[in-house]
Design a protein around this ligand. Structure first.
Ligand code: SF4
Ligand code: SF4
Length: 439
């Protein structure tokens, strides 16, 4: 039975009229329920009296209505509450071991030397994960019901066995390759199209001058050519562009939106800069205060000018539900990230020794997923909303869950503070609930 302590209530603004509306959040799982004033009163009455029948009696007496009508109303509300799953605790069932995503840096070699590279890749690096090992990982992934493989680097197209890697990966899960785009020739574009490999190309400027200042002379022309080759190969639908937001790209973001649209790519992503790899050493020339990263005119420009293209802001956790079968929205626990030397981590933004899970040369993916270190990290994620002072009393704590652990670690050096997108979420959730109740 629902009790006084099993939920808390957050009033939200109804956009059209003054009707009082509330979101009821479960205190023990991520479920929620939207109620108007009378539904809330019925639920409170059920809590107080202990059963829907007793609540109907109380309501009939209080408002002088017939018991039959009060019973109907009470049963309706009670039925909706139960249907919503708002009262169900998901934590009681044992969690399945699932590897949703495998994110592999197959090499740390790169033909470019970008100042903001989180992997610290360069032409001097020569580590390559062998195809034989990667095939073994893909087989293990299949056993763990894996859905998505991301192949990255360094520049993955420098790997001598890249075609075998991509076809072996695609045989077990939806595969995407992250590339700087500089090595995509006509035969490579044809190969990628034939094997339906998703391609994310980095774009750090809307002009050759802006992009090449970060990525080297001639890089922009190569990206433009890669996109043409992929389109000619009939692979347009699986191209996305990705821009890292920092001091040098900020002013150019609206133009990048326009260029992506002119190139007719289906998806543009902006990623916030993280203090990792080479960006850590160049932090003074890259860092920008978070509130300046997504200024309102930019967001308005994106919203007004993107009829066909999808856009991702790179602000994780703007979600209303946790992922399937778990109480946390963060993919940690269902993802393994592998560095070019085989070291395994829980998240691409946590590739640091304190968070190392093991090494794929020595451990199976299942061993890494069930490792003591992974359990320790998941526990930190679960504890954050209960321990971070500002989150403990925040209305949005069951959805936000104190934001992104990696972001707190990278920006503030500790897991025990809310992440840098806190203020965005505090605006986002009430706005989205207000929109939701008009549907
Ligand atoms: S990070 Fe901010 S929005 Fe999220 S729970 Fe904590 S205080 Fe609330
Ligand atoms: S910690 Fe943050 S960046 Fe890492 S998987 Fe979770 S949400 Fe994503």
């Amino acid at each position: 039975m629902i009790s006084q302590t099993s939920f808390f209530t957050v009033p939200i603004q109804h956009p059209n009229q003054g009707e009082a509306t509330y979101v009821l959040f479960s205190t023990h799982c991520t479920r929620w329920f939207i109620a108007n004033q009378s539904s809330l009163e019925i639920i409170q009455s059920i809590v107080q009296t202990g059963t829907p029948e007793q609540a109907a009696l109380q309501i009939a007496q209080k408002y002088g209505i017939s018991l039959e009508i009060a019973q109907q109303d009470t049963q309706n509300v009670w039925h909706q509450v139960q249907q919503s799953g708002f009262l169900i605790s998901q934590t009681s069932s044992p969690q399945k071991i699932i590897l949703d995503t495998l994110f592999i840096h197959i090499t740390n070699a790169c033909n470019l030397h970008c100042p903001h590279c989180y992997a610290g890749s360069s032409a001097q690096n020569r580590e390559f994960l062998p195809l034989s090992l990667l095939r073994k990982l893909f087989e293990e992934m299949q056993d763990l019901q894996g859905k998505k493989i991301t192949i990255t680097g360094g520049e993955p197209l420098l790997h001598p066995e890249i075609q075998g890697i991509l076809t072996s990966a695609q045989a077990v899960a939806r595969t995407q390759m992250l590339t700087n785009g500089s090595l995509i020739s006509e035969p490579i574009a044809d190969f990628l199209a034939k094997n339906n490999i998703g391609i994310q190309i980095s774009l750090d400027g809307s002009t050759a001058t802006a992009h090449d200042a970060l990525r080297g002379h001639g890089s922009f022309a190569k990206v433009a050519s890669a996109i043409e080759q992929l389109k000619t190969a009939g692979h347009q639908k699986r191209i996305s562009l990705c821009t890292t937001v920092h001091q040098a790209t900020l002013q150019d973001l609206p133009n990048i939106v326009d260029l992506a649209q002119a190139w007719n790519v289906p998806l543009l992503r902006f990623l916030p800069i993280m203090k990792l790899g080479r960006s850590h050493s160049n932090w003074n020339t890259l860092d920008i205060p978070l509130e300046e990263q997504y200024p309102n005119p930019l967001i308005a420009h994106i919203q007004n000018s993107m009829p066909k293209m999808r856009f991702e802001y790179g602000i994780s956790g703007l979600t209303f539900e946790s992922r399937e079968g778990a109480e946390i929205w963060c993919p940690i626990g269902t993802m393994i990230v592998v560095a070019a030397n085989g070291d395994a981590y829980p998240c691409p933004m946590m590739m640091m020794s304190p968070w190392k899970l093991g090494n794929v040369h020595e451990h199976s993916l299942k061993e890494l997923l069930t490792s003591r270190k992974m359990a320790e990290i998941i526990k930190i994620i679960e504890e954050r909303p209960k321990k971070i002072e500002e989150c403990v009393t925040c209305d949005w704590r069951t959805l936000c869950q104190s934001g992104c652990l990696a972001s707190s670690l990278n920006q503030y050096g500790t897991p025990w503070t809310q992440d840098c997108f806190c203020s965005y979420r505090k605006q986002f959730y009430p706005n989205m609930f207000s929109k939701l109740i008009t549907f």
